[in-house]
Ligand binder design. Structure first.
Ligand code: HDD
Length: 715
């Protein structure tokens, strides 16, 4: 007998010449079709059932008597239901995932031997799970929180898990503090309040007591924690990893994903309202984009520092509370990540997927980053209580390359292994483990020296420079948002110790920030800085640095609001122009029954059927609003409080608004903008971000769309 091969995986990557590898096709054999018209319902053990609705009972037409324990079918159905839930993740419980692919356009062979980062002809299947951190599995998507960005690369050399966030730094430097930071952020232990919020005493108490958290809380109070879409946020590996090349040279590395669509966020009021109006907003957004073929894409980049330069920086490059400013360590973009397939079933993919930072492949290594080392223990460990031993056999978790070893047995083992030996070496197999040149994983022979102690290097003790660097680098509106976010959060802390101390901490970062927050939340308003500022800025920290070269409204949702008597020329023209630009137009009206245009005969029965009525959806759920003219339609909308609120709220949320004909005055009144300029018949005018055209001419619509593309909300 040859060696035992525990190959649960189909080796698609290598065996199917010419065919692109796909994790979904790898799973295909196991997918069951429940919609098969001819299939009869059976028990879990295959026996056809005659009735799945009535428990076996002692009964007749006149009398309903006791139910019988004998009903195995009834018991089985309830028993399976009783045990449907598994423990939710201790953090990052709420998530959404998708399949996709990773490709490389530039080889990084100068710094690594990893096939996935050197072979430009490869297409590596991936599964990406986005998440919020603090909320439980049923919490809302748009809460203020860090977002998880966890990628499983099914490489030819095994699974590589990059378990990152949408923020490049972390609250703590040492993994031993993780239980504390999470306990402080999760609902308070006495009453389990609040859900999915950092706005409470314990969270901010922790932030003050841990000066190392200063940089991260500035990020969490920025727009980054209220992303418009998972598709519009960056992903960061956060920790420092290493790359090892063919010459056995080692470099330190950080991994970065930057979205093609740019980095965009809600304004806070929108995020708050959407949490109630559509708690699944981000989940739906991702799902819909992929279903409609608008595949989200990210550029993949690396920041690399040669081993010899480890100590050349004023911060420690192993400290996860620090970024590597791009001016010092440029990002080298080398690959593309694309999501292109929604999972066929949530539980067996997005819920059962298990990531481990310790899962790396040859050419990639760890560093002594003390946060990473602890994570390597924690992820592997947590899967046991969440999924149980043998979780690596679950279809979503198993690699797409062969697995061969003698780890076997344990609860719920699926693979049936043939053969008489379960140890190595054995009398049948003399093949030694692979050497590095044969693809074996090389543990880099790093020289280690030092004194055993519970401490870290001196550079780990500086905590404010990058908190200030981040704040200095934001645009004026972004700074205002940070102030408002802090004012909101600390307003929810009722313990004066918490908010007065936090105002002191802010004073070490920026005096004006501290003054404005203290004024709002009732802290002592400081008169002078308590730290010498460096006043430096860096690129890549403000979201504005990621505006796509060519602004786009592709995949943006635009509401076109009409009532009976609307101007159909304007309606049709804007719809066509938006569709041509890749946006998604939705018709909104006072009702979902047919709406008739100006001059249209109701008896024709051909009116437009709205996608939603004004009460069913709010302008918060759209990126932009357009109102065509039509005297009758505008008269109706003007008298409808909800319609007026729709437009007024869109304006308050800084959305691009478009109007033609009579609708121009409607917008002007609804938004209370006496200074808003009117356009003449021939021109398109933009004033206060509102784009208006008095008359409809097809040319003005392409012009309108162009202006909408340029409007602030889309940048
Ligand atoms: Fe963590 C889940 C990201 C520090 C312990 N973490 C988890 C997930 C993400 C992150 C995205 C969800 C994975 C999924 O979708 O299944 N975590 C991070 C980042 C960190 C970080 C970017 C800082 C660099 N985490 C961190 C530390 C520890 C953990 C320091 C413990 C010492 N994280 C866990 C965990 C979780 C987890 C408890 C819960 C579920 C899971 O692992 O699989 O083990």
């Amino acid at each position: 007998m040859a060696s035992t091969i525990l190959a649960s995986a189909t080796d698609k990557v290598k065996t199917m010449a010419g065919e692109k590898p796909s994790k979904v096709s790898d799973l295909q054999a196991e997918m069951k079709e429940v919609h098969d018209k001819n299939a009869r319902i059976t028990s879990d053990f295959g026996v056809k059932q005659t009735n799945t609705d009535d428990w076996l009972t002692v009964a007749s037409d006149d009398h309903t008597g006791p139910m019988l324990l004998e009903d195995q079918f009834g018991r089985e159905k309830i028993h399976r239901f009783d045990h449907e839930r598994i423990p939710e993740r201790v953090v990052h419980a709420r998530g959404a995932g998708a399949f996709g692919k990773f490709t490389l356009f530039e080889s990084a062979s100068d710094v690594t031997s990893a096939g996935i980062l050197t072979d430009t002809s490869r297409e590596t299947p991936v599964f990406l799970r986005f998440s919020t951190v603090l909320g439980s599995r049923g919490s809302a998507d748009t809460v203020r929180d860090v977002r998880g960005f966890a990628v499983k690369f099914y490489t030819q050399e095994g699974n590589w898990d990059l378990v990152g966030n949408n923020i490049p730094v972390f609250f703590i430097q040492d993994s031993m503090k993780f239980p504390d930071v999470i306990h402080a952020g999760k609902p308070e232990p006495n009453n389990e309040i609040p859900q999915a919020q950092s706005a409470h005493n314990n969270f901010w108490d922790f932030q003050y007591l841990h000066p190392e958290a200063s940089h991260m809380f500035m990020w969490t109070m920025s727009d980054r924690t209220i992303p418009r879409s998972y598709r519009m946020m960056q992903g960061f590996g956060v920790n420092t990893f290493t790359l090892i090349n063919d010459k056995a040279e080692r470099h330190f590395v950080k991994f970065i994903f930057t979205p093609e669509l740019g980095v965009h966020s809600f304004v806070w009021d929108e995020a708050l309202k959407i949490a109630g109006q559509d708690p699944d907003f981000h989940r739906k957004d991702l799902w819909t984009a992929i279903e409609s073929g608008a595949f989200p894409k990210w550029k993949f980049g690396i920041q690399v520092i040669p081993e010899s330069k480890e100590h050349d920086f004023e911060f420690d490059i192993l400290d996860a509370t620090k970024v590597w400013p791009e001016e010092l360590v440029p990002i080298r973009y080398i690959g593309t990540l694309e999501l292109n397939e929604n999972p066929p079933e949530y539980f067996t993919t997005t819920e059962q997927v298990a990531f481990c930072t310790s899962h790396i492949v040859p050419g990639i290594g760890f560093s002594d980053d003390p946060l990473l080392q602890g994570r390597n223990f924690s992820y592997f460990d947590t899967q046991l209580s969440r999924l149980g031993i043998n979780w690596q056999e679950l279809p979503i978790n198993r690699p797409m390359c062969p697995v061969m070893n003698h780890n076997r047995d344990g609860a719920m083992r699926h693979t049936i292994t043939k053969g008489t030996v379960n140890y190595w070496p054995n009398r049948f197999s003399a093949v030694p483990p692979a050497k590095p040149e044969e693809g074996g994983y090389l543990d880099y022979p790093a020289k280690v020296a030092g004194i055993k102690a519970r401490t870290k290097s001196k550079k780990f003790r500086e905590h404010k420079n990058q908190a200030e660097l981040f704040y200095n680098s934001l645009s004026a509106p972004e700074k205002t948002h940070v102030k408002s976010a802090l004012a909101f959060e600390l307003d929810h802390c009722d313990d004066p110790t918490v908010y007065t101390r936090m105002c002191e901490r802010l004073c070490e970062i920026d005096l004006e920030l501290a003054q404005s927050v203290a004024e709002m939340v009732g802290g002592d308003v400081p008169q002078e800085s308590t730290r010498q500022k460096h006043n430096k800025t860096a690129k890549g920290l403000s979201q504005l640095d990621f505006a796509p070269v060519e602004p786009t409204i592709a995949t943006r949702m635009v509401a076109i609001v009409i009532a009976d008597g609307y101007d159909s020329v304007a309606y049709k023209a804007i719809k066509a122009a938006l569709t041509a630009a890749g946006a998604l137009p939705f018709t909104i009206a006072p009702r979902r029954n047919a709406i008739y245009a100006e001059g249209e005969d109701k008896s024709s029965g051909k009116g437009v059927v709205a996608d939603h009525h004004l009460e069913g959806m709010r302008s918060t759920l759209f990126d932009s609003v357009f109102i065509p003219g039509g005297a009758k339609s505008i008269e109706t909308l003007s008298k409808n409080g909800r319609a007026v609120h729709w437009v007024r709220e869109a304006f308050g949320h800084l959305k691009a608004i478009g109007a033609t004909g009579e609708a121009v005055q409607f917008v002007r009144t609804a938004c209370d903008l006496p200074g808003m300029q009117f356009s003449t018949a021939a021109e398109v005018v933009e004033s206060y971000g509102v784009v208006t055209a008095a008359k409809v001419a097809p040319e003005s619509f392409s012009e309108t769309v162009k202006m909408a593309k340029g409007a602030k909300d889309f940048i």
